[in-house]
Design a protein around this ligand. Structure first.
Ligand code: 8IG
Length: 282
């Protein structure tokens, strides 16, 4: 008799089972039974992880199962378990994007794993283009709401009631309580509507005008699917964009990812403190 072939649940066909299995691996690998808060660190936000407490474990995301191989991701993204007082923070040191060719359920797998690992709050960070007059490169902005124009959703297919309802309410997707808490940490934080596109191109000038006409004040290529998955699963979401450029067409400058990263690097220190302070109070 051959041994039974044991396969890891597929986040595409069994997102709940995959998240449950990854959460179990996380508990085993970190020795932490439950994580209280999850943080997803996007471009330019990684230094924030160094300010959130004592790192008690760090492992490649691929070790949890359900995440794309490192070769596809380009570099080995890790996940950290961080102790802050009596809190356990789960920090993803990067994310998976739709434009890399991944299924929406793969994009949402980290957030779902965090929720199954116990996280009641999910903090999402990203770099984004800013459209609202007065926005400046290096400015952190709270996301108050979103427009999902990616054309995708992590809720496609048969709904798994173990996560949440078929038709989740999204009127408070970005938790008012957490936004208030963030503004109590930094009263100068502005709020804006984030419009999510597939990418990977930045917008043409006509597309920037479209984004503005549709109510977008920030534009980017991430976050919206993770917010949908977290809200569906009943977690509170806080999301912060670092404005790294004025959206194309609003300036004469050509958008370059290196410029985006340079702005992020300049702001890293401040963003780290901001997120650490917020996470410490959630
Ligand atoms: I950073 O201007 C960053 N990410 N779609 N547009 C889109 N994504 C972005 C932008 C931008 N800047």
């Amino acid at each position: 008799m051959g041994a039974a072939l044991v396969t890891f649940p597929d986040p595409v066909t069994s997102p709940f089972d995959a998240a449950e299995a990854s959460a179990a691996r996380l508990a085993e690998a970190t020795g932490v039974e439950r994580h209280d808060v999850a943080v997803v660190l996007g471009s330019g936000w990684k230094p924030a992880a160094d300010r959130m407490g004592e790192v008690t474990a760090e492992l490649p995301m691929t070790e949890l199962g359900g995440f794309p191989e490192a070769s596809v991701q380009g570099h080995g993204t890790t996940v950290r378990s961080i102790r802050n007082g009596d809190r356990h923070i789960l920090a993803f040191m990067g994310r998976v994007h739709l434009y890399e060719g991944h299924h929406p359920n793969v994009v949402a797998h980290g957030v779902r794993t965090a929720v199954r690992a116990g996280a009641k709050a999910v903090v999402l960070t990203n770099a984004a283009g800013g459209l609202r007059p007065g926005m400046w490169a290096g400015q952190p902005v709270l996301i108050s709401d979103h427009v999902n124009l990616t054309g995708h959703t992590p809720l496609l297919g048969v709904n798994d009631e173990r996560f949440g309802p078929r038709f989740p309410d999204m009127s408070h997707a970005y938790a008012p309580r957490l936004r208030e808490l963030a503004r109590s940490v930094d009263p100068e934080l502005e709020e804006a509507v984030y419009l999510g596109l597939l990418g990977p191109t930045y917008e043409t000038p006509a597309e920037v005008r479209m984004v503005g006409a549709l109510g977008g004040e920030l534009v980017g290529m991430s976050t919206v699917l993770e917010t949908i998955a977290a809200a569906h699963a009943g977690a509170e979401v806080l999301a912060v964009s670092l404005v790294t450029n004025l959206a194309a067409g609003l300036t004469d400058e050509v958008l370059d990812h290196d410029d985006v990263l340079a702005v992020a690097a300049t702001s890293a220190e401040r963003m780290g403190t901001l997120i650490a302070d917020i996470v410490g109070r959630i």
